[in-house]
Design a protein around this ligand. Structure first.
Ligand code: F6R
Length: 613
C-alpha cells in the first residue's frame, strides 16, 4: 500500500527519495509524487501511474534541494490521478504533507474547513491534513505544535510526514494506529524517514521506529520523539542485518519467480537454529514460552488475512493433530466484529508477512483487550505485529517483494509445525519417539522443496495448457484443502482468471453444476489419508467432461490414466505435504500470468501491505 520516503541532509534529496520510492514499488500504488525545498520554496511534482512517469516528469522539470518527501499512493478516496496524488500542498504553498491511512472523520472535517473558507483541490481525505496544519499554524508557535493539534483531530490510523518552507531544518513525522510504520534511518549528518525499511537500507542500517501516538521532529542530527501529550520518548536504535541485495531480482524475470525459487533457502533458514536434530527438540526462544504456560493454554485462535489465512488453516490441522489443543481460525477482518470468546488461557496468534496489515493488527488489539496472550508469526522485522506481540516467530524468509505471497506462505507452515511440536513436548502429549520422528521429517524438507522447484519446466507445460481458461476450480481435502484455496488465490490475483478453491467433499454440493469441458479442475491427490476420496473426486470430475489436472505423488499408478495432466511431487510426510504441494500451484499461476504478459509483481488493484481496513 502507500509508501513514504523523506530526506534531510547535505545531499540532493531528489534521487534519494525517488530511489527509496522505487524500493517500495512492490507495496502496490497507483500514483506517485515528490516535494523538495528549493531556495525557500517547496516544489511539487506528482502524477498518476507508475514511478517512471514521475521520474520522467522530474527529468523534464528538475528539482534540487536537501530536504524533501515523497509518496506512492494506493487510492482510497478519489481516483488515482495527478491532483489526488501526494504530496498535498496547503493554500499558502508553505506546507506539504504525505499520508498513509484513511481519515475516518474526513467528511466532517472537510465540511468544517470548507465552511471556514478553505478551498480543497483534490478528492482525497489526506489533503485536509495540510489545511488543518496551516489553520493551526496561525495560533500555534511552530510546525510541531500545529501538526500535533491537527493530527489529534484525525480519527483512524495514520502515518504522516510533513515539511514546511518556513522551518527548513526539520521533517515532522507521526504514527497513529496501524496504517503502516514510520522508520527513521540515521546517517552522517543526514536522516532518512520512511514507511518501510527497504526504502532506506541502501543508505544506513541504523534505524529506529516510531510507536503509535508518537510524533517526532527529524533534523540532520537525529530524531526527537514525544507522545501526543508532549512527553519525550527515547527511541531505541537497532542495526538491521539484512542484505539489500536479497531484494534484487537477480537472474529472474520477476520477483515472484525469484521468491518461489528462494523457498529452499527460506525453509532452510526457517529450520536453522530452531531444530536440535540430535535431541529431537524445537527451540523458539522469541515466544517466551514456558512449560507452565504451555499447560495453561486451553485454546488457540489463529488470525490472518488472505494467503496468511490459508497458512493458518494448515496450522489448525497441525496444532490440533500434534499438540491436541483446540484451534480456531479466523479472518482478521471478521474476528473483532464477532464478539469472540477469549480468556487468559487463550492464545491469539497472528500470521502476517508484512506485520502491518491493519485488519490483523486490529484483531490482535481485540485479542489483547480481552485478555489473550498474543503471539505473531511475522516476516517484516521490526513491524508492528512483531513488536506488540508477547512472543513471536520471525519467518526468516527475507523481504518479499512480489505482491503475491509465496515464500511467506510456506515458511509459516513450517513455523506452525515446529510450534505444534514444541507445545506437544511441553504438554507431554507425544512420546519421545513420536517427537523425534516429527522433527526428523524436517531434516529432508529443504531438499524436497528443491526437488519440486527443479520440475518447473514440467509445471510450465500445464501452464501453457491452462493459459486461455476463463475459470478454474481447485479441489483439496484435509491438510491440503487450504492448498486448494491458496492455489486458486494465486491464479486469480496475478492472472485475472476466475478461480475458486473448494474442499473436495463439497464439490457435489453445488460446484459440480459448473463442470464441463471448459472448466479445468486442479485436484490435489497426493498419498495421504484423503487419497482414496480424492481419486473419487477425479472420477466424478472426469465423468462431467472437465479437464483434470491432478497433483500426484511420484510413483502413483492410478492417477495418470485418469488425468489430462499430472503434476508430480516427491513423497513427503502428510503433515509437511502442504509445503510442497503449494509450490507447483505457485509456479503454475506465475507462468500463466507471465505467458499472458501481465504485471506479475504488481497485479492491478492489489497492494503488498494492506494498511487500511
Ligand atoms: C496474496 C497476498 C495477500 C496477503 C494478505 C495478508 O498473495 O499476499 O492475500 O496474504 O493481504 O498480508 P500479510 O501477510 O502482510 O498480513
Amino acid at each position: 500500500m502507500c509508501g513514504i520516503v523523506g530526506y534531510i541532509g547535505p545531499r540532493d534529496a531528489t534521487p534519494i527519495i525517488l530511489n527509496g520510492l522505487k524500493r517500495l514499488e512492490y507495496r502496490g500504488y497507483d500514483s506517485a509524487g515528490i516535494a523538495v525545498l528549493e531556495n525557500s520554496h517547496i516544489e511539487v511534482r506528482r502524477d498518476a501511474g507508475k514511478l517512471n512517469r514521475l521520474v520522467s516528469m522530474v527529468e523534464g522539470a528538475p528539482l534540487s534541494g536537501n530536504l524533501g518527501i515523497g509518496h506512492t499512493r494506493w487510492a482510497t478516496h478519489g481516483e488515482p490521478n495527478a491532483k489526488n496524488a501526494h504530496p498535498h500542498i496547503g493554500s499558502t504553498g508553505e506546507v506539504v504533507v504525505v499520508h498513509n491511512g484513511i481519515v475516518e472523520n474526513f467528511l466532517e472535517l472537510r465540511d468544517e474547513l470548507i465552511a471556514e473558507g478553505t478551498t480543497l483541490h483534490s478528492e482525497t481525505d489526506s489533503e485536509i491534513i495540510v489545511h488543518l496544519i496551516e489553520k493551526f499554524l496561525s495560533t500555534e508557535s511552530d510546525l510541531l505544535s500545529a501538526s500535533r493539534k491537527a493530527f489529534s483531530l484525525l480519527k483512524g490510523h495514520h502515518g504522516i510526514v510533513v515539511i514546511s518552507s518556513k522551518e527548513p531544518d526539520k521533517i515532522i513525522a507521526s504514527r497513529i494506529g496501524n496504517a503502516g510504520g514510520v522508520v527513521f534511518g540515521y546517517g552522517e549528518n543526514e536522516m532518512f524517514v520512511a514507511s518501510d525499511l527497504p526504502a532506506i537500507l541502501e543508505h544506513t542500517r541504523r534505524v529506529s521506529f516510531l510507536e503509535t501516538h508518537q510524533i517526532a521532529v527529524v533534523t540532520r542530527d537525529g530524531v526527537e520523539a514525544q507522545t501526543f501529550e508532549g512527553e519525550p520518548v527515547e527511541l531505541e536504535t537497532e542495526n538491521i542485518s539484512w542484505d539489500p541485495v536479497a531484494a534484487e531480482k537477480g537472474e529472474y524475470r520477476h520477483f515472484m519467480q525469484k521468491e518461489i525459487h528462494e523457498q529452499v533457502r527460506s525453509i532452510t533458514d526457517t529450520i536453522s537454529g530452531r531444530v536440535d536434530f540430535e535431541k529431537g527438540k524445537i527451540i523458539l526462544p522469541q515466544l517466551n514460552l514456558t512449560k507452565e504456560f504451555a499447560n495453561q493454554i486451553d485454546r488457540i485462535i489463529l488470525i490472518a488475512c488472505g494467503t496468511a489465512y490459508y497458512a493458518a488453516m494448515v496450522g489448525k490441522v497441525l496444532i490440533e493433530n500434534i499438540a491436541r489443543i483446540p484451534v480456531e481460525v479466523d479472518v482478521a477482518s471478521e474476528f473483532r466484529y464477532r464478539d469472540p470468546i477469549i480468556n487468559d488461557r487463550t492464545v491469539v496468534i497472528a500470521i502476517s508477512q508484512s506485520g502491518e496489515t491493519a485488519d490483523t493488527l486490529a484483531a490482535m488489539a481485540e485479542g489483547k483487550k480481552r485478555g489473550a496472550t498474543l503471539w505473531s508469526i511475522v516476516n517484516a522485522i521490526g513491524s508492528q505485529a512483531m513488536r506488540i506481540a508477547d512472543g513471536y516467530i520471525s519467518m526468516q524468509t527475507g523481504p518479499e517483494i512480489g505482491v503475491a505471497s509465496t515464500k511467506a506462505y510456506s515458511a509459516p507452515l513450517v513455523d506452525q509445525y515446529m510450534l505444534a511440536i514444541l507445545l506437544a513436548d511441553l504438554r507431554e502429549v507425544i512420546t519421545e519417539q513420536e517427537r523425534r520422528a516429527l522433527v526428523e521429517d524436517l531434516r529432508h524438507l529443504p531438499e524436497l522443496v528443491g526437488q519440486v522447484l527443479s520440475r518447473e519446466n514440467q509445471y510450465m507445460q500445464v501452464a501453457h495448457a491452462l493459459k486461455d481458461s476463463l475459470n478454474c476450480i481447485y479441489l483439496g481435502r484435509g491438510i491440503n484443502m487450504p492448498t486448494a484455496f491458496e492455489g486458486a488465490l494465486k491464479l486469480k490475483e496475478i492472472s485475472y482468471i476466475h478461480a475458486e478453491g473448494y474442499p473436495g467433499g463439497e464439490m457435489k454440493h453445488g460446484p459440480i453444476a459448473l463442470f464441463d469441458k471448459d472448466l479445468p479442475v486442479v485436484v490435489i491427490a497426493t498419498q495421504d489419508q484423503w487419497y482414496d476420496k480424492m481419486i473419487s473426486q477425479i472420477e466424478q470430475t472426469k465423468a462431467r467432461g472437465a479437464p483434470v489436472i491432478a497433483m500426484a505423488t511420484d510413483g502413483d499408478k492410478l492417477i495418470p490414466p485418469l488425468a489430462d495432466h499430472v503434476i508430480w511431487i516427491p513423497e513427503v510426510s502428510w503433515m509437511l505435504s502442504p509445503v510442497l504441494t503449494v509450490i507447483p500451484l505457485q509456479i503454475l499461476a506465475y507462468h500463466i500470468a507471465a505467458i499472458r504478459g501481465l504485471d506479475v509483481d504488481q497485479p492491478r488493484n492489489l497492494a503488498k501491505s494492506v494498511t487500511v481496513e
